[in-house]
Design a protein around this ligand. Sequence first.
Ligand code: FUB
Ligand code: ZN
Length: 633
Amino acid sequence: MKQMEFTNIHAYKADGFIRNWQEIIHTQAIPYQYAVMADQLPEPQSHTLQNFINAAKKIHGVHDENDFTGIVFHDSDAAKWAEAAAYTAATTGDPDIAAKLDAVIRLIADAQEPDGYLNTYFSLRRPDKKWTNLLEAHELYCAGHMIEAAVAHYEATGKRNFLDVMRKNADHIYKHFITERHEGWGGHPEIELALVKLYQATGDEKYLVLAKHFIDVRGTDTDFYSRENDRKGWKYWGMNPKDLTYSQAHAPVRQQKDAVGHAVRAAYLYAGMADIANLTDDSALFCACKNLWDSITKKRMYVTGGIGSTKDGEAFTGDYDLPNDTAYAESCAAAALIFFAARMAQGEIDGKYYDIAELAFYNAFLAGIQLDGKKFFYVNPLENIPGISGKISTHNHALSVRQDWFACACCPPNIARLLASFGKYAYGENEGTVFCNLYAAGKVQFGNGVQLQCTTGYPFDFNVQYSIQHGGKDIAVRIPAYSRHTTLKIDGKETEYTIKNGYIYIKKPISGTKIEIQLDNMPHKIYPHTKIFENSGNVAVSRGPIIYCFEGIDNAGDVLSLALKRSGTLTVGADTAPGGAPVLHAQAIRLQTGQSLYSFDPPKTAIDTATAIPYYTRANRGDTEMRVWLPEY
Ligand code: FUB
Ligand code: ZN
């Protein structure tokens, strides 16, 4: 049963830290990504929009085209960009973004086939092979992203043109899989959560039926991919149809317990499962989601909220296998975990879900974008060693500096769309309560009538104030698990509180009420479970939701010889990290060895001070040693 709705994209006008990031997305990332996709720069050029132009020419008989450039799911970059642009057009009213978005929507609409089919790879390259390679070909994945974009555009503008295009596409998919009963499900989940959005935007039950169908059918027939493989007569990459865990098709979803396979696929699927469980009151399905949530967050997640331990299949591995230097922790996977967390919180109001969403957001996710908004990390390791990271075969995925684009460019527009829609997740509501899930400065107008103003310098200032401009409903504020000392003042008076499932509830404050929360602002050392074999004896540092890292550039060029002093102090420094965040200083020990590779002589030690910066700001000053975890001596 759904207990909380997302807020509407128009509901939140950001201020502070989030506004700063939304400005970067608005003024830098969105125009830049458009220019890349429209081939307007000398380089990079992705030809993403040209594929739509070519497909339209072919479909409308202007030209017998088959010229497609890029990866099989290239269309999804345009979709994610359009989603980000729709949110941004709504929150800024910028006519230039709106005009670019209209142009992209026209290209997409023109590339739709008369029967509703929409996918430029197949229209251009393999018109006779549609729906024959669900394992590899991402048709449902691309449709899912397009549907999400269309719903965002409708929500942002009230215009139905894009929504109508994607309804026609969804109807086509419904006909294929439900009416004509073709077997199978998408190799890369995504359509499920998208169809739920389409159902909610249109009220048409058909889309819920189709979403539920894809959830229900997945993994029920372990021979499906093999049969498909035998009959399809073509391949894209030649993926192994017997590797079912890679795409979470090894068992019916209600029986899945461990988070396995490709991390983005997994978390998108789990988000869709949670959606269906919430909308259909399916307790067995929600129970499976809880098991999978526990598998991730108790055994398979980095301290940064990153998921996916190996580049081999961009995947989860086994419990506690969380290598630092070869981590995958894809930016998209962090976004997907946030999507999963937000839907779990809709089904069960418990602060633990947004604790993880917050962790993933400020660390694994935000590290994916350069502070200037124009460069991106796909992979987010917890250690960078110049000369090794990004250079040798075992580490060639773990690049040292952000890139201006990728052949597989799933992450940059995913980062843009989530940052642009942050308010949807930060605040939530039901009939009687509004939920402050994430601390996000700005003004919020809830659908249930409540209006409030949040003032805070979070995540670097831990005082959060809510001024209730229109009250009458309960206000629930999440208190993060990291905050060991929290005070609550109402109208300036310290007030006792109880925390219920991670939230403080304030009963129907009237208009004019001032709520002030002071969270724990102390830096903390974090110790890993002893089973995380990669980090035996290591320690990480954090303050609030921010995980810090040590870069060579702040530490005499050498973090490999640094250890933190056991019981040493950890203080907030006066200096600032790139982007203006405060640094942390830790009492440390510098180990000095001789020249030989190994020695009977213990290292000499010297007292030192280690300087740490927020992990998400790493690699903004070039290729330098970096570690999240340091030994403790
Ligand atoms: O397969 C589509 C996207 O490309 C995935 O979500 C990413 O992990 C990348 O493989
Ligand atoms: Zn990605």
